[in-house]
Design a protein around this ligand. Sequence first.
Ligand code: PGA
Length: 252
Amino acid sequence: MRSKIVAGNWKMNQTFEKADELLYQIGEKLEDNLPKNVELVICPPALYLELATDFAQEIEFKIGAQNVSEYDNGAYTGEISAQMLSSMDMDYCIVGHSERRKYFGESSDVLSTKVQRLLEYGIQPIFCVGEQLEERESNKYFDIVKSQISEGIFNLSLSEFSNVVIAYEPVWAIGTGKTASPEQAQEMHAYIRNLVSDKYGVEMADETTILYGGSCNAKNAKELFSQTDVDGGLIGGAALNAEDFITIANSF
Ligand code: PGA
């Protein structure tokens, strides 16, 4: 059975005090509302990863980073390597988020190297794909997602691939309040699962966790998560509110 995951991507938000408070509130909410059979993942800014790992010793959630360097350790000012993340007990790391592709010019080559680095150190990549609005409107969305997946993760061996989580995040839905309909999400998730099946076989496809991201919130999560091929969510804005985040985690 593939895992169900709800991951919170805090992006570049929160001061240290606010991060501490939010983690505390999440811990409190989880005390009487622990989601069953769902893995909760929190991806705070890198500066607060240690704070989050401290909380995670007592609270039931895993930790993810939002980015990793494509380089190994060395003279790369400002970068954080996969080995460093692994030495901080990181479980996951987001790769290929549309904001990294757009604002930091991360190409498929760079993303594929980042995935490799993470896997070398036993960290599971949450690999994001998704089309822009004009690509949806011109019916190119399947082709775009197919090439992002082929170029980013289809060079992996079967055993490497088994550690990858995929997140479908239509760019037009991220931070816009304009969620994909459950039918649109299901259609793309089924398509992605099919691509995985063609490449790695039905069994692998069946085991692959595919998350939806893009304005997923406490109100619409249930309907999205009820779709056959939607195995949870990558949550941005709504993950900054403890109550909403835990409601989403309990929406299966
Ligand atoms: P959003 O962001 O939930 O705020 O739309 C999702 C994401 O970018 O991962």
